[in-house]
Design a protein around this ligand. Structure first.
Ligand code: ADP
Length: 423
């Protein structure tokens, strides 16, 4: 029999007994009322004890209850025991998590809503020179690099920021912020000193090699031109060899020039002056149409000028125009358009060539990437032109958008943000 059944049966029996006693004595109503009040007082006392026990966090001793109250006490006791077990497990998990994050080689700092430090791991204390007592301090007051403060205030954490370590200027850190939870942010810093050193070595190597190749190439080309001038066409094999050698040295010279330009774009300080883009485009188109074929159609719909480096913009725009002419039939039109929409100022170079396959579109801006067909057809090129375009545009906060359809043509557009417009 369940406890509830027992409780009900006992209460019912009590009422029957009282009813019988009431019948015999003639005090039925009085006795029934007495029993009801008695039961009510008993329950009130039990509730009072239970409430006191609960308010003491269900700890300590309690009067041994009977009936259904014993069950209630037992259930609460079980719930408490389970909670205790779960709490122990959770705190063990948190401890393990803390230990693992403490051992992480990357620095981790939990930041609150106002950039205050809530928690740090050992690596963070080491590379940022933070103390355990810095908890609650605002991190911009402790790590005072302007680019770091700008990054933290920007709210745009898609790209990491690279700063030197405040405790050792020879350590380079790549810092990234990951927002999570309600207003919390996790700041992660990775030591990228080795990567940066390797990157600098690669840049220096390419720059030095390209530079050193320049002089021998110029000498070779000079002698070849002299030999070509001296050649009287008596030996067709010699004549064609000279031509091929000349072609290849020119190709190599382009390669070296493009590599040097890329190195400069990667390492040089940005220059900014107001560039008259419509005039620049007019010049480039005139130069591109040396054979006066009339293939280039220039439309200037915006008179906006752009803040930037004229030389860099010239090479980017020239590369796009040369590609459009090179990769489309000799009798097709290439449209060059300078216009603005609601968001950007745009230069679009559109051709009616054979287009680029979808799989290649994302890769054509990679260094030395050339679509296989072009390699096979031996269309001359270095595979560096679009890499240069991408770099120049990056330095001007602009973006390159490529749309292309095989067999129909391609459109390369450079989107400059309005903030770059100047007068
Ligand atoms: P290059 O022209 O010297 O090969 P680029 O970096 O300028 O190098 O271009 C990379 C590749 O992108 C080219 O080899 C070519 O296959 C493709 N490409 C570039 N522009 C066009 C275009 N307008 N139409 C079709 N394909 C193009």
């Amino acid at each position: 029999m369940s406890v509830w059944h027992k409780e009900l049966t006992t209460t019912l029996l009590l009422f029957i007994l009282v009813a019988i006693a009431g019948g015999i004595t003639g005090w039925f109503l009085q006795l029934t009322l007495l029993l009801t009040v008695g039961l009510l007082i008993y329950q009130l006392i039990q509730i009072n004890r239970f409430e006191k026990w609960l308010s003491a966090m269900a700890r300590g001793t309690y009067h041994k209850p009977t009936g259904v109250w014993e069950e209630i006490y037992y259930h609460v006791y079980c719930i408490r025991k389970n909670n205790k077990k779960r709490k122990k497990k959770l705190s063990k998990m948190i401890d393990q998590f803390r230990q693992s994050t403490e051992a992480l080689p990357d620095a981790a700092v939990v930041l609150g809503k106002n950039d205050e430090i809530e928690w740090t791991n050992k690596a963070a204390r080491d590379v940022f020179g933070l103390q355990q007592t810095d908890k609650g301090q605002r991190i911009p007051n402790l790590v005072r690099f302007p680019e770091f403060i700008r990054y933290i205030n920007s709210g745009n954490y898609t790209e990491p920021v690279v700063i030197p370590s405040p405790v050792n200027q020879y350590i380079t850190l790549s810092v990234r912020i990951v927002p999570y939870g309600a207003g919390l942010r996790l700041l992660l810093a990775q030591d990228v000193t080795q990567i940066k050193i390797m990157e600098r070595m690669r840049k220096d190597f390419v720059a030095n090699v390209s530079h050193e190749l320049r002089t021998p190439l110029t000498v070779l080309k000079g002698y070849l031109e002299t030999l070509q001038d001296m050649d009287e066409g008596l030996s067709p094999i010699l004549t064609s060899s000279f031509q091929q050698m000349h072609g290849q040295t020119e190709r190599m010279q382009h390669l070296v020039d493009d590599l040097l330009l890329l190195t400069r774009l990667e390492s040089q300080q940005k220059k900014a002056a107001c560039v008259n883009v419509p005039a620049l485009l007019g010049q480039i188109c005139r130069e591109g149409d040396t054979l006066l074929t009339g293939r280039i159609e220039l439309t200037i719909e915006a008179d906006s000028n752009i803040m930037g480096d004229e030389q860099e913009l010239r090479s980017a725009f020239t590369n796009l125009l040369v590609n459009a002419l090179k990769y489309s039939p000799n009798d097709s039109i290439v449209k060059v358009r300078w216009y603005s929409d609601q968001e950007d100022i745009i230069l679009a170079v559109e051709d009616q060539g054979e287009g680029i396959a979808k799989v290649d579109i994302n890769r054509v801006t990679e260094r030395f990437y050339r679509v296989e067909v072009k390699r096979r057809e031996k269309v001359s090129g270095t595979g560096l032109g679009l890499a240069i375009v991408k770099h120049v545009l990056m330095r001007h906060d602009a973006q390159l958008v490529i749309t292309s359809e095989l067999g129909k043509g391609s459109c390369f557009s450079c989107h400059f943000p309005v903030k770059r417009v100047c007068h």
